[in-house]
Write a protein that binds this ligand. Structure first.
Ligand code: FDA
Length: 418
């Protein structure tokens, strides 16, 4: 027996659930399937269990993509305010934490239950777990009287639909069900990919440069981190973004919101740059201290950065193991310059095991920014599988809602469905 639907949505995460619910409520016969037993595992673990479901202040500038304008249309047609209004209709309490980031007061489960209720309201059929073996496009009839459709071979039987939405996300956190399914389907149908890479991910370091800092695990401090690499061209520098966030030293390197943000821009071999004493005129502070203090440099530095960092910074360098009054101005100026523009080269990242998202994905050149339909008629891609990656702070879920909504509006009810 062949199961016939108007649309099959593959992947019951944030984007798939939302798209299925909206399409169902528009009167389409929708099947939503996922290979995992549970839906929306990423929503469940997001925002420390409270889901940072959007950000009050969303613009295309908060997203990375080979085409930075691609996300504009979908974001403008389903905005943070629209999702907030939906939450309010369900009576879900939320609060703003930091820089416009909105979290549930109670639990991320509230967002999952809302999405499931929206699917129920749209009469969506859900199959989980259900694995897809392959998707084949049936050619339209030679006389063109029959529209072409997709045959989906699944472990619950053969499914047929004229429209298929791929919402299987990226590669991050394979242990809760992430796969490369979306990329494989895109390639099968001749669509281009922007090479996927781990993003919003801690950076790892080793070697001599890192040795003095290896003991600082657990130390956090506010920093400024700039997206432009140290060898940036003037054009890169003009477009650079500066993140004022916390940095966290870990056993293997650097993490914390500042580093997660920068990691999405970082490429292998590049250094990362940060100001470890933002808002301070360090050269002036050290020269002032020199005029009036006999303390060791590390002790003076400890008034501008955490003392563990001050000790590590001075390290075993005999030139710096001295009272500040004995140190030449030039050395102090060099010390200040290094602290306010620390450049260090990561050896890698913690990879997909720890990455919050996957940057890259289905190339937007092969997708419509209005509908998310690909060059292959009837085949759509939404959410994280697309080459649109948000900053930390609720932007990735907003992209999931906005791209899902744009797609759901574009799906059509075929004339006849058995
Ligand atoms: P998502 O990954 O949500 O869903 C994909 C679905 O497809 C999954 O249910 C999966 O099982 C299914 N699937 C995969 N392969 C399949 C296959 N072969 N067959 C069938 N089904 C398949 N963002 C944000 O804005 N605010 C936040 O607070 C957080 N916090 C956060 C914490 C952590 C730990 C992570 C890992 C990520 C976040 N994110 C986030 C990012 C956010 O979770 C992510 O961008 C969205 O969930 C993407 O939504 P999608 O629906 O595109 O993919």
């Amino acid at each position: 027996m062949t199961h016939k639907f108007d649309v099959v949505v593959i992947g019951a995460g944030a984007a798939g659930l939302f798209c299925a619910g909206v399409a169902g409520q528009r009167g389409l016969k929708v099947l939503l399937l996922d290979h995992s037993e549970k839906v929306a595992e990423k929503i469940r673990i997001s925002g420390g269990g409270r889901c940072n479901f959007t950000n009050r202040d969303v613009t295309p500038a908060n997203f990375l993509s080979d085409n930075p304008h691609f996300c504009r249309s979908a974001l403008s047609r389903y905005t943070p305010q629209d999702f907030i209004a939906l939450l309010q209709r369900y009576g879900i309490a939320f609060h703003e934490k930091h820089k416009g980031q909105l979290f549930c007061d109670r639990s991320a489960e509230d967002v999952i239950n809302l999405l499931l209720a929206e699917c129920d309201a749209g009469g969506v059929t859900r199959w989980q777990p259900c694995s897809v073996k392959n998707i084949v496009k049936q050619a339209s009839s030679p006389d063109d009287t029959c529209a072409s459709s997709y045959q989906i071979h699944s472990d619950r039987g053969l499914i047929e639909a004229p429209q298929v939405v791929i919402a299987t996300g990226g590669l991050s956190i394979p242990k809760i069900g992430a796969t490369d399914f979306g990329y494989r389907i895109a390639t099968q149908f001749g669509l281009r990919l922007v090479a996927p890479r781990a993003a919003l991910v801690p950076l790892t370091f080793d070697g001599a440069d890192w040795a003095p800092f290896a003991e600082l695990s657990g130390l956090a401090l506010p920093v400024l981190m700039e997206t432009a690499p140290s060898d940036a061209t003037p054009k890169q520098r003009k477009k650079a973004v500066v993140f004022a966030e916390d940095l966290l030293f870990t056993h293997r390197g650097l993490s914390g919101p500042a580093v997660l943000q920068i990691s999405s821009y970082w490429r292998e071999g590049q250094s990362v740059r940060m100001n470890l004493a933002p808002g301070q005129d360090l050269p002036a502070a050290l020269l002032r201290a020199k005029a009036s203090s006999k303390k060791l440099i590390a002790n003076e530095l400890a008034s501008v950065v955490p003392s563990r960092l001050a000790d590590a910074w001075v390290g075993n360098d005999p030139a710096l193991q001295r009272p500040i009054s004995d140190v030449p101005d030039k050395t102090l100026q060099m010390l200040a310059a290094r602290l306010s523009d620390w450049q260090i080269t990561p050896t890698g990242t913690e990879g997909y095991k720890k990455a919050e998202v996957t940057a890259g994905g289905v190339d937007t050149r092969d997708l419509s920014s209005q509908t998310l339909e690909s060059r292959q008629p009837g085949l759509y891609f939404i959410g994280e599988v697309v080459d649109v990656t948000g900053w930390l702070g609720g932007y990735n879920f907003q992209w999931a809602w906005s791209s899902a909504f744009a797609c759901a509006q574009a799906l059509v009810k075929p004339d006849v469905t058995d």
